[in-house]
Design a binder for this molecule. Structure first.
Ligand code: NAP
Length: 488
């Protein structure tokens, strides 16, 4: 006998899968749990055993305060309506069709896992990396821990002036003493200990007012133990359009004040130098024996566009800088998921305020939603994902309200145009699906075993944690703890 119940009733909660356990996934779960009008049951998936996405693998190791946001996410996981399935990769371990056979609604919170390209010659030479790769490496992301960066070179180029560029620069410019109390990985610290990098050239294609970094990040550069910041005072002479832009933008005003202070201070004899070059676009990366040896940049002039955006254009004056490494820090972009729409131009999942659409500006895909960077592109800080998730969740709840009612307890919302049962008219059960496929999924309790091990190792060494970076090791540790639980 099947009991019937309206979708969202206590007898028939809305079954929701959230793909991606980073900040945007957790904020979506948090917003869903606060809904008073609908009962929900949430499964949060991540392709890695470890949750927290960019908080763990993106936020810089010397920014521990930002990482404390995971306490809020832990509270979300304490709610019995939420389950965690780590080590489950959508597209490999479970297909899109299988996923929709198990849930009424799916939320893609997959972030932006790749990077934008400069599109200039030499970009693929050995020694030319995306900042994403370097960040993921020093933060111990399992997919990147085997990368090698030749830090025996004296000069490095960082392209772009966003906060990621600031993170990369800071990590390259900090002393071992400054880094060793962070949760940077051991292998990265070992490499940085031997680093011969003396000059970090930062190239901004536009002017200082248009720089994307926020003020604490630029101020932090000025406070480093072993690195001076070099700013050319001439770069801080603003044209009328930049002056007007700055007056309406508090962050830009404070950034200019900080840059002026740094320009006045000049070099103080510290062993490393961080050199800002404004109004310079890279045009070519050249190499010797297949590896980066120099970067050529073209001088730019700013140009008003009439839309309020101040663009730049090359003015044909070129300068070559000797560098042995290049880090492109010009923004992230999404990666398509098999079966899920993707708008290649913007590198996002096409959507209308969070409802996934078939293409950009096209019809809605029923029951599928997106949040975070996958929804809006790689902008904003961690907290930006909260209102973003609330916007999507509001639409999800509207769709629940409008779903056909009542439903059999085992049935799905009928406003979906996609097949959504196991072929027998019953919703699939994710546990048995994963078990039948032999997927070794990780629960939140399993993750907490790893977390405890990492924290204990860290405590012994005066670090917040010592990250486990190998997925097999993570799974081994979890397995042995499952077999021999530690008694209280
Ligand atoms: P971002 O803030 O968008 O900065 C990208 C930079 O690359 C900009 O300076 C941009 O210049 C430049 N750029 C883009 N295309 C270029 C090209 N073809 N040639 C030369 N330069 C180019 O991106 P992000 O640094 O990757 O950061 C992503 C998001 O994460 C941001 O919202 C950031 O604030 C956030 N984040 C925050 C923190 C923190 O709070 N501490 C840390 C890391 C990241 P234009 O302005 O001219 O386009």
């Amino acid at each position: 006998m099947t009991l019937s119940g309206k979708l969202g009733s206590s007898s028939r909660p809305v079954r929701i899968a959230i793909i991606g356990a980073g900040p945007s996934g957790f904020y979506a779960a948090g917003a869903l749990l606060q809904q008073k009008d609908a009962h929900v049951s949430i499964d949060l998936f991540d392709r890695l055993p470890t949750p927290y996405g960019l908080v763990r693998y993106g936020v810089a190791p010397d920014h521990q305060k930002i990482k404390s946001v995971t306490r809020i996410y832990e509270r979300t996981m304490k709610d019995s309506r939420v389950r965690y399935f780590g080590n489950v990769d959508l597209g490999t371990d479970i297909t899109h069709a299988e996923l929709i056979s198990c849930y009424d609604q799916i939320v893609y919170a997959v972030g932006a896992q790749s990077d934008k390209r400069l599109g200039i010659p030499g970009e693929d030479l050995k020694g030319s990396f995306s900042a994403t790769e370097f960040v993921a490496w020093y933060n111990g992301h399992p997919d990147f821990c085997h990368f090698q960066f030749d830090l025996s070179v004296e000069s490095v180029a960082v392209i772009g002036v966003g906060n990621v560029a600031m993170d990369v620069t800071r990590i390259l410019a900090k002393s071992v003493a400054e880094l060793k109390t962070t949760d940077i990985t051991d292998y990265a610290l070992e490499e940085l200990k031997e680093s011969k990098v003396k000059r970090i050239h930062i190239f901004a294609r536009r002017g200082p007012v248009q720089a994307k970094f926020t003020n604490p990040e630029i101020r932090e550069l000025g406070e480093l133990e072993i690195a001076d910041v070099i700013v050319n005072p001439a770069d801080l002479v603003l044209d009328a359009a930049s002056q007007a832009e700055m007056e309406g933008d508090r962050t830009a005003r404070r950034n200019i004040e900080t840059l002026q202070m740094l320009a006045e201070r000049g070099p103080t004899g510290k062993p490393k130098q961080i050199i800002f070059h404004f109004l310079r676009s890279p045009t070519e990366i050249t190499g010797e024996a297949g590896a980066v040896s120099a970067i050529t940049t073209e001088k730019n002039a700013l140009q008003e566009t009439g839309t309020g955006y101040i663009a730049c254009r090359g003015i044909g004056s070129y300068t070559e800088y000797d560098v042995g490494l290049v880090f492109r820090s010009i923004g992230y972009r999404g990666v398509p998921i098999p079966g899920v729409p993707f708008y290649d131009r913007w590198g996002i999942i096409p959507n209308e305020k969070g409802r996934v659409t078939i293409d950009h500006g096209d019809a809605v895909v029923p029951g599928e939603y997106t949040v975070g960077w996958a929804k809006r592109g790689p902008t904003g800080v961690i907290g930006t994902n909260k209102p973003d998730a609330v916007e999507t969740v509001k639409l999800m709840m509207e769709d629940v309200k409008n779903a056909a009612a009542p439903l059999p307890v085992d049935g799905f919302a009928t406003n979906r145009s996609v097949p959504h049962t196991d072929g027998h008219g019953r919703p699939g059960d994710i546990m048995s699906l994963l078990n039948n496929k032999g997927v070794n999924f990780v629960s939140f309790a399993d993750w907490q075993i790893l977390e405890q091990i990492e924290n204990e190792r860290g405590e012994r060494r005066g670090q917040p944690r010592v990250k486990i970076t190998d997925v097999d090791e993570m799974l081994r540790l979890i397995q042995s703890a499952r077999e021999e639980p530690v008694l209280p």
